[in-house]
Ligand binder design. Structure first.
Ligand code: HGY
Ligand code: MN
Ligand code: MN
Length: 416
């Protein structure tokens, strides 16, 4: 009893042209692709994305948070949603986020062209600042009403630029952020397509991953303060060397995580800054950005607490002062079994073997999961590489993933 929509497929040539075009927007002549939320390169990408919706006669808008949303099907009422992000990490790759947004755009085009009249709408969304230059998953958090407005006012980038200034610079009013919140029940279901960003699917030789759950992430800032003494005259046992203390802290943290963590625990110090600017001054101020992840949110909490305790202990041992604070993060989430089954069914209908797996990367899907049934589809990443220039996935695999997305969205749109 297959309806005609079971035979619909995405157009890989059209999707490929979009991926190639977007990968050039915001790219510097030396090849560096950096599209930070609300920056000029991002705003250019936003305008281009809206022009792509318009070219297919699809209504698109920016919401109050800066998310870009195209919609097909019934104009009001519950909607199936699919999206991801078009911001990047510094010097990032062409597929992280962009693939999911452009595949959702392609799905919207296929639905529009097929002239379907499904009972539900479909929205393709580019969520703002998923990468958290200012605030992790800002756009999806605004949509779910999960934003802490006091934190929004203080949120800033690693170069201290304020989120509220960046928003105003791009023509958005931070005071209206909460207007992006969607009404209860408005999102009928959410499904996000993304590259895996890790090595599992490639190693297994499988084309499709079905995400079971997404890690929780905590970001905390640490600053160790010592004394800027003369490096030649101050004996080793009398100096207050902030760098040595910070190193000891990091080394003991690593041991603690290996002892107390799970196979999914991750500890990273991705930003390290020293105030010293000379070889002959004892390092006196060291800043660390700590990132801690695990699929178990309670464990993330316990380990973060333990890291604060350890920082106090090491600072005392090294006669330093330390300050620490939680800055941002995401809560771990399980993907809805119903959406996982629909993805599996869709993959099966396309004769594509699929593998259920957790995600070690954060995604907007984990935020939307608080208000709607959410799921994710992964495609393999070449060499497991991501968050770097040479992130890539073969066109055939991208096409297969986009078709699984299309069939999953169609099933969700027609589901009771
Ligand atoms: O950091 C992450 O996991 C994601 O790429 N934003
Ligand atoms: Mn990313
Ligand atoms: Mn991403």
């Amino acid at each position: 009893m297959a309806s005609s929509w079971h035979n619909l497929r995405i157009d890989i040539d059209r999707l490929r042209a979009d991926i190639e075009t977007l990968s050039k927007i915001g790219r510097a002549p030396d090849g560096n692709l950096t599209r930070h939320a609300f920056a000029p390169g991002y705003e250019e990408a936003r305008r281009w994305l809206k022009s792509r919706f318009a070219a297919s006669g699809i209504a698109a808008r920016d919401d109050a948070a800066g998310n870009t949303i195209g919609r097909v099907g019934p104009e009001t009422g519950p909607t199936v949603m699919s999206g991801s992000h078009i911001d990047t990490v510094p010097d990032g790759g062409p597929l992280d986020g962009a693939f999911g947004v452009l595949a959702a755009l392609e799905v919207a085009r296929v639905i529009k062209e097929a002239g379907l009249s499904p009972p539900r709408g479909f929205e393709a969304v580019a969520f703002i600042d998923e990468e958290g230059r200012y605030l992790d998953c800002l756009g999806s958090k605004a949509v779910t009403g999960a934003l802490d407005l006091a934190r929004v006012a203080k949120a800033k980038a690693p170069d201290d630029a304020l989120l509220v200034d960046a928003m105003r610079g791009a023509g958005f009013d931070p005071a209206r952020l909460s207007e992006a919140k969607r009404k209860k029940g408005e999102i009928a279901a959410y499904v996000e397509l993304h590259i895996e960003q890790g090595p599992v699917l490639e190693a297994k030789g499988l084309p499709i991953g079905i995400v079971t759950g997404i890690v929780g992430v905590d970001h905390s800032d640490f600053t160790f303060y010592g004394e800027p003494d003369h490096a030649g005259t101050t004996p080793m046992d009398l100096r207050k060397d902030a760098f040595t203390g910070a190193c000891e802290f990091v080394s003991r943290m690593r041991k603690m995580i290996l002892r107390r963590g799970t196979p999914y625990t991750r500890l990273t110090y991705g930003i390290v800054k020293s105030k010293s600017a000379a070889a002959n001054i004892v390092p006196f101020e060291i800043y660390l950005k700590q990132e801690l992840r695990d699929t178990d949110q309670k464990l993330v909490k316990r380990l973060v607490k333990a890291s604060y305790k350890l920082a106090d202990k090491v600072a005392a041992e090294y006669r330093l002062r330390v300050e620490y604070a939680h800055t941002t993060g995401n809560t771990a989430a399980l993907m809805a079994p119903r959406v996982q089954d629909i993805v599996e069914d869709s993959a099966k209908s396309l004769n594509l073997p699929a593998h259920r797996m957790p995600s070690g990367a954060g995604h907007d899907a984990q935020v939307i999961a608080r208000v709607a049934d959410a799921g994710m589809i992964f495609v393999p990443s070449e060499g497991g590489r991501s968050h770097r220039r040479d992130e890539w996935t073969d066109w055939k695999l991208l096409e297969q993933g986009a078709n699984v997305l299309l069939q999953s969205v169609l099933r969700l749109m027609h589901a009771a």
